[in-house]
Design a protein around this ligand. Structure first.
Ligand code: GCU
Length: 428
């Protein structure tokens, strides 16, 4: 019934092309009602009653997200040891040890591989917790440190990057430093490990030919993807787990306290990585929007149709079946958040980032609360969205910051405080 009303509203907006396009709505009063799937009901209709039956439901949901949204991550991919390429024990004026670590992703040394950039605070008395997160334009953009090499492959020509032809340039060095307050992170007692997502797979439709998915596909670059084979977000998520494989072996890192963080499309990736790999101790999704924390069924900002049209390579083929009937999706994004239970999750929005649907991001957390309650943990715990710059919640935490779509110092301060509460041991 609700589904019918939803479809009727779309048809009224766009009578001719209703089957092809879904208009963008950014008016709260126009959001039609919707019914979310219940994370605590098995497909069979049986209820989940405790944390131990949740683990079965978790498996079921993971399979559904694989089959219908992100594609399944192939099993049996090679896992090879990483190599430390360089170490500088006096980086950033002596504050940190900087390592560059090559993480192979396939059997071939020629690639694809990740060059992981790791900063660990000098003088720590014990292994440190670490933030692990992808950067958008190359490791050299997060710092002005001249020793950090440029990525070798494709980079996007984003306005700020000074790139015009998809090759990384020196001009972009440090251009993303404001989003990566490395000194602050180190001073707060954390390490930072960052990696360039294009090392795993360039971000354009067809990028898989020169990325991880093409390198491991049975059909090579002629491969025809089945409807539930992984998309680029799946490949990037897998790359995060391989970076974690290295971090757990680094003598300076406490591998049980690695937080995975991502902004925007890389926030979607962080959530999917955390859902699949329970070694991530904590997950942070900054303005991850559609296909990330924002509820798919809520018609506000970016839609399933729009994201599948603009970025057809991000998700699996079957996700496109829901372009015009999102209510048929067997899952919604609150269940992606819930897949991380009982681990802490921070979801953040920005007031002006209406495209990412701040309220839809908040509601995902709120509707994941019942799963955290199974573990006796406080979820986000409030009835409605908090005001601007007023973080709320417990094990599930949320803020909507003033300003636009970005990863800012304000966001990092909240994440550092959250990690202090959840990742630092009382003795530290
Ligand atoms: C686009 C896209 C979003 C995505 C964002 C980003 O705006 O529509 O879904 O989150 O890019 O990754 O920057």
């Amino acid at each position: 019934m609700l589904a019918l009303r939803f479809a009727a509203v779309f048809a009224a907006w766009c009578p001719v092309a209703a089957a092809q396009t879904i208009p963008i709505n950014e008016d709260e009063a126009s959001v039609p009602p919707y019914t979310l799937p219940d994370p605590l009901i098995f497909r069979s209709g049986r209820p989940v009653t405790n944390a131990s039956s949740w683990s079965w439901r978790r498996t079921e949901l993971l399979e559904q997200f694989g089959d219908h949204v992100y594609g399944r991550t192939p099993s049996g991919l090679p896992r090879r040891a990483a190599t430390v390429v360089s170490i500088d024990r006096q980086a950033l004026g002596g504050l940190a040890t900087r390592k560059i670590v090559r993480v192979p992703l396939t059997r071939k040394d020629s690639g694809p591989y990740i060059d992981l950039l790791v900063y660990l605070p000098n003088g720590a008395r014990r292994q440190v917790p670490v933030f692990l997160g992808y950067n958008f334009d190359g490791n050299h953009t997060v710092t002005t440190d001249p020793k950090v090499p440029l990525p070798r492959g494709w980079v996007a020509n984003r306005p700020k990057s000074g790139v015009t032809d998809h090759r990384a340039t020196e001009a972009a060095r440090g251009s993303a430093a404001e989003s990566w307050p490395i000194t602050r992170i180190l001073e707060r007692g954390y390490g930072l490990a960052t990696l360039y997502y294009g090392d795993v797979e360039p971000d354009y439709d067809g990028g898989w030919h020169v990325g991880l998915r093409g390198a491991v596909a049975r059909g090579g670059t002629n491969h025809v993807f089945a409807p539930n084979e992984w998309g680029a977000i799946g490949a990037w998520a897998w790359g995060l787990s391989r970076a974690l494989d290295y971090l757990v072996t680094d003598p300076g890192v406490d591998g049980r306290r690695v937080a995975v963080i991502g902004h925007s499309r890389l926030g979607k990736t962080a959530l999917w990585a955390g859902a699949q790999d329970e070694r991530f101790a904590l997950v942070i999704a900054n303005e991850s929007g559609e296909g990330g924390a924002a509820l798919a069924r809520r018609w506000f900002g970016e839609t399933v149709w729009r994201i599948n049209t603009s970025f057809p390579h991000w998700f699996c083929g079957r996700f496109k079946d829901y372009n015009n009937n999102v209510s048929e999706l067997p899952v919604d994004q609150h269940e992606l958040v819930a897949l991380n239970a009982p681990r802490p999750v921070y979801v953040a929005s920005a007031e002006e980032d209406r495209w990412a649907d701040p309220r839809g991001e908040f509601l995902s957390l709120k509707h994941a609360d019942p799963v955290y309650a199974l573990f006796g943990l406080p979820g986000v715990g409030v009835a409605d969205m908090p005001g601007i710059n007023e973080p709320v919640g417990g094990t599930l935490r949320y803020h909507v910051r003033s300003g636009k779509h970005d990863l800012t110092a304000y966001d990092w301060e909240q994440y550092l405080d959250f990690c202090d509460r959840h990742l630092k041991f009382p003795t530290q």
